[in-house]
Design a protein around this ligand. Structure first.
Ligand code: GDP
Length: 138
């Protein structure tokens, strides 16, 4: 059971002023923040982060969206972190997200869906290291 996952509060949620409310939900669900920063991704960096989706039809839209404004990146700690966080954020498409999930509450569409959550322990490590040096992970 892995204890860490990686999240981003995406530019749509930042622009709507939902960062604090989302962080409160994350804390209330029992996650501890062990790294956090706010930053504005360049299109190049957003494309690198989502490189696995390079061949998908929505890749251009995704890169444009993720580089349109600031995000908050964080590493979160909790038992069973990856799976429990995916449950907390809900389905990729907010129309299919369960009641009470972050995406149900704050996402507008499948593209502009408020938050990212790692989909595996391996990716959680890779994604956390993409944003934070070891000195910045507590
Ligand atoms: P996630 O793991 O739930 O974030 O979903 P995916 O790994 O499948 O997709 C990564 C991100 O790409 C999603 O969170 C969305 O922001 C975006 N995305 C996925 N599908 C679509 C789509 O059909 N259209 C657009 N514009 N963006 C999408």
């Amino acid at each position: 059971m892995s204890k860490r996952t990686f999240t981003m509060i995406k530019p749509d949620a930042t622009a709507k002023g939902n960062t604090g409310a989302i962080l409160s939900m994350i804390n209330a669900a029992g996650f501890r923040i062990v790294a956090m920063k706010m930053l504005h991704l360049s299109a190049e960096k957003a494309g690198e982060f989502y490189g696995v989706h390079r061949e998908r039809p929505f890749f251009g839209e995704l890169v444009e969206f993720m580089s349109q404004g600031p995000i908050t990146a964080a590493i979160l700690e909790k038992d069973n972190a990856v799976e429990d966080f995916r449950k907390l954020i809900g389905a990729t498409n907010p129309a299919q997200a369960a009641e009470g999930t972050i995406r149900k509450l704050y996402a507008a569409s499948i593209g502009e869906n408020a938050v990212h959550g790692s989909d595996s322990n391996e990716n959680a490590l890779i994604e956390g290291d993409f944003f934070f040096s070891k000195l910045e992970q507590f």
